[in-house]
Every structure is written in structure tokens, then in C-alpha cells.
Design a protein around this ligand. Structure first.
Ligand code: SF4
Length: 229
């Protein structure tokens, strides 16, 4: 498992995949990343401290992800991240959280004392598809509501059961409302959901221009950021 990497295009930054406590929700139908979660605070901190040692600050931007939300990182890990931010001159931080922690996002922004680009797994702006089919439990109703807490949505593309209209609508919303977003092309895992190759080929052709849009990062494989396995 690679836990440290750096991204050189669009928004250059270092990225670490840390270990966290179990995802508070843990029931999204497409997810098996939570297998990386642990209940041992000692084990989590040991792994995370080692990974955080890799950070050099070369881009002054750091992204911290874990298989869940940043609120599931132990306090000692958060403190170590804060130390690294100061030591290495990090000026911008990317973090991610589930919708259910929306009321704590502000506290996290204050804690780190530097600008944070807060990502959220939206997966789709289609309420029914998101909450029933994907079982995301992210029950915001409007984009305005989402933007009150979060900066950057992560969208999923290419699941059997998803339609072209849904994807068109999602990309349209992203391009018209956000300065940063991630599009994840679905890669089959141990969940029951299947990849729709025809839909993915259509997406790749129609939205090839996103590769040149600095606001949108398209991940064709879930290891495209260089972390994970
Ligand atoms: S919130 Fe994220 S980590 Fe938790 S189950 Fe859903 S996709 Fe997986």
C-alpha cells in the first residue's frame, strides 16, 4: 500500500493516505476502502507518523486522505499534521469529509489555521441515485446548502445503473458552481456494484476536454493520485 505520493499537474501537491478509525457511515454500496480502517489508536498513529515523515513541503500544498473522513483521524495524528504544516511551510490543505460532519467542518478549518479545500463525496447530485442506489446518506437538497460547508465535490462516474443524463447533469453542476472537483471513474472492487464500460467510454470521449480544465481532476484509476493499492 502506497501512502505517500505527489501530484504534479493541475494543483501540484503532496498527498498522504492515512489510516483512520472506522468510517462513521460505512454503508455506501460501492465502497470497500473501509477495510483500511482500524480500531487501534496506537496502530493508526504509528502508521500515520511514519507516513507524515515523507512530507517535504515542496509544493506548499498538502492533501490528507483516509478511508473515511478527516474527523476519524485520532487527535495525535491531527496534531502531527499541524506540526508538519508549520515545519514544512504548508500554506493550503486538502481534507475530505462525509456530509454528516458538516457542522464540524468550521472547527477543523479553525484548528489548522490555514486555508482548507474541503472535499466531500457527493458521488452524484441526483438525490435519489446518491442516497438510495449508492446509499451515501448525504441528504443535502441544494448546491447552496453543500457550499455552505464544503468546497470541492467528488463525483463518481461509470456505475451500472447510472445514466448519461445524470452524468451530464453532474458535470454541468460541477463546472458551473465549483472551483475544484474530482471525478472518479468507478473501478470495480469487492462491492456488488458493476462498472459500465459503455458509459465510461462515452464519458471519456464526451468529456475529454476536462483533462485540460485546471479545476477538475479526473481519476481514471483510483490509484491515479499515487496512493492506495
Ligand atoms: S463514507 Fe466514504 S469511506 Fe464511508 S462507506 Fe461511504 S465511501 Fe466508504
Amino acid at each position: 500500500m502506497d501512502r505517500y505520493s505527489f501530484i504534479t499537474n493541475k494543483k501540484p501537491r503532496e498527498i498522504v493516505l492515512l489510516k483512520g478509525f472506522p468510517c462513521i457511515w460505512g454503508k455506501c454500496t460501492f465502497c470497500d476502502y473501509i477495510l483500511d480502517n482500524s480500531t487501534s489508536e496506537e496502530e493508526i498513529n504509528e502508521v500515520n507518523f511514519k507516513v507524515l515523515k515523507n512530507i517535504t513541503g515542496k509544493y506548499k500544498v498538502l492533501e490528507v486522505i483516509n478511508s473515511g473522513s478527516c474527523f476519524e483521524l485520532p487527535i495525535k495524528t491531527l496534531e502531527r499534521i499541524k506540526d508538519v504544516i508549520k515545519e514544512k511551510g504548508i500554506e493550503t490543505l486538502f481534507l475530505e469529509s462525509h456530509w454528516c460532519y458538516k457542522n464540524k467542518v468550521k472547527d477543523m478549518r479553525e484548528y489548522f489555521e490555514i486555508p482548507i479545500i474541503f472535499k466531500i463525496g457527493v458521488e452524484s447530485f441526483d438525490y435519489k441515485f446518491r442516497n438510495e442506489f449508492l446509499n451515501k446518506n448525504a441528504k443535502f437538497k441544494t448546491i447552496k446548502e453543500l457550499k455552505e460547508h464544503f468546497d470541492s465535490p467528488c463525483i463518481m462516474v461509470g456505475i451500472k445503473g447510472q445514466s448519461k443524463d445524470q452524468i451530464d447533469n453532474d458535470i454541468n453542476i460541477v463546472l458551473n458552481n465549483f472551483n475544484h472537483a474530482t471525478i472518479n471513474v468507478f473501478v470495480e472492487n469487492s462491492s456488488n456494484l458493476k462498472r459500465d464500460e459503455e458509459l465510461i467510454n462515452w464519458f471519456k470521449e464526451k468529456y475529454v476536454f476536462l483533462d485540460d480544465d485546471s479545476r477538475v481532476e479526473v481519476l481514471y484509476n483510483n490509484t491515479d493520485f499515487g496512493v492506495g493499492d
